[in-house]
Write a protein that binds this ligand. Structure first.
Ligand SMILES: *Cc1c(COP(=O)(O)O)cnc(C)c1O
Length: 376
């Protein structure tokens, strides 16, 4: 059996090696390392894939979130509602821009931000809602967009974990996550569902003026070279990374299907065991399984983690400390929050290996070891 890894990038690369190597070499030959043709090609391809009118490539997913928030004309102290149960980048950029993160609960079934909790947290200073499509399934966007309209708020979707995911509205209309809010953000970190071989990110919007602003901000606030209208930053997707992404984007649906197949195997093997809760998929979304995350009921998580590690099976806790309990947010009043559902999940979640290269032999071994431990 091949060794089990959380993400098997090497094996995935082997399948596309000739194409990827040729694409990298063609960038080397062109020496157009910055803003070469593959970058604009990729933006066009991703726009076609997602249905987003504009795609602005940038250096990473954290920058995407930062640039998105910079484009909205916010003032220091304006409030941005975000789940606490997320990767730190979502919340960090809010604080970095001297905005005020307002941490709210997630739905314990979907792991995504609770629309009810959002509405309760709204004050006259609220300007933005940042839903996170955590682990690869959509937050309840119809409800969130409804709240945003009611209170006149912007919505910046953190789609770093859910590229390719479909959201279905109650009238049957489907949209890709990241294209529903005012702005969407994603990451091409290597382990993401659409990952490059370094850092990368992109910003989505259907708004022409915002798209222009996002491009200007990502380019030192300049539209005309050396004339800087607003304070921006330097955030570009490397041409080599774009060339790789052009190849991998064509495979994205296949990659998602492989992740869903592995998740299906896990679900079937774990069905009927009350000690593990398998991922719940809300009726308005499909799940692209960036992570396959279980909730453990009366099982020692450290014990399971160690038992699996003893059998060379990695497992991970995403994330061991919620944002409001991070030291970083002490001065932002993090300690004052009471988010019992977030704490509850933080103590019980465990993520198993999920990627495009898992075979049935590996899945049988992993599920056997998990069940061995919980039946002890
Ligand atoms: C990965 C990730 C980011 C940040 O992406 P980087 O490219 O690593 O900067 C932001 N939010 C979430 C939820 C993520 O998973």
């Amino acid at each position: 059996m091949r060794p089990v890894q959380m993400v098997d990038l090497k094996q995935q690369y082997e399948h596309i090696k000739p194409e990827v190597d040729a694409a990298i070499h063609s960038v080397l030959d062109s020496c157009a390392f910055i803003n070469g043709k593959p970058v604009s090609d990729f933006a066009a391809h991703l726009s076609a894939y997602t249905g987003s009118k504009h795609v602005v490539p940038c250096a990473n997913g954290t920058d995407a979130l930062q640039i998105a928030l910079m484009s909205l004309g916010l003032q220091p102290g304006d409030e941005v509602i975000t789940p606490s149960f997320t990767y730190i980048a979502t919340t960090e950029v809010i604080a970095l821009l001297r905005l005020k993160p307002v941490f709210v609960e997630v739905d314990t079934r979907t792991f995504c931000v609770s629309p009810e909790a959002i509405e309760k947290a709204i004050t006259p200073k609220t300007r933005v809602i940042v839903p996170v499509h955590l682990y690869g399934q959509a937050a309840d966007m119809e409800a969130i967009m409804h709240i945003a309209e009611k209170y006149n708020l912007y919505v910046v979707e953190d789609n770093a974990q859910a590229i390719g995911c479909d959201y279905t509205f109650s009238n049957g209309m489907k949209k890709k996550t990241g294209t529903i809010g005012t702005i969407g953000c994603t990451s091409f970190f290597p382990s993401k569902n659409l990952g490059c071989y370094g850092d990368g990110g992109a910003i989505f919007t259907n708004d022409d003026e915002l798209a222009e602003r996002l491009k200007i901000i990502a380019n030192h606030g300049q539209k005309v070279r050396y004339y800087h209208d607003i304070v921006g930053c330097n955030s570009r997707l490397d041409t080599i990374q774009a060339a790789i992404l052009n190849i991998k984007l064509k495979k994205l649906d296949e990659y998602i299907a492989a992740r869903q197949k592995a998740a299906g195997y896990y679900n079937k093997a774990f069905a009927g065991y009350s000690k593990i809760t398998t991922p719940f998929i809300a009726p308005y979304t499909n799940h692209v399984f960036h992570q396959y995350t279980l909730i453990l009921n009366d099982v020692s998580r450290d014990g399971l983690n160690k038992y699996l590690a003893d059998h060379q099976i990695p497992s991970m806790i995403y994330y061991p400390v919620p944002a409001h309990r991070q030291k970083m947010f002490e001065t932002f009043g993090g300690g004052a929050y009471d988010l019992p559902q977030t704490d509850w999940l933080t103590q019980r979640v465990i993520s198993l290996p999920i990627h495009t290269e898992l075979d049935n032999e590996q899945l049988a071994f992993i599920t056997q070891k998990v069940l061995e431990y919980i039946n002890k």
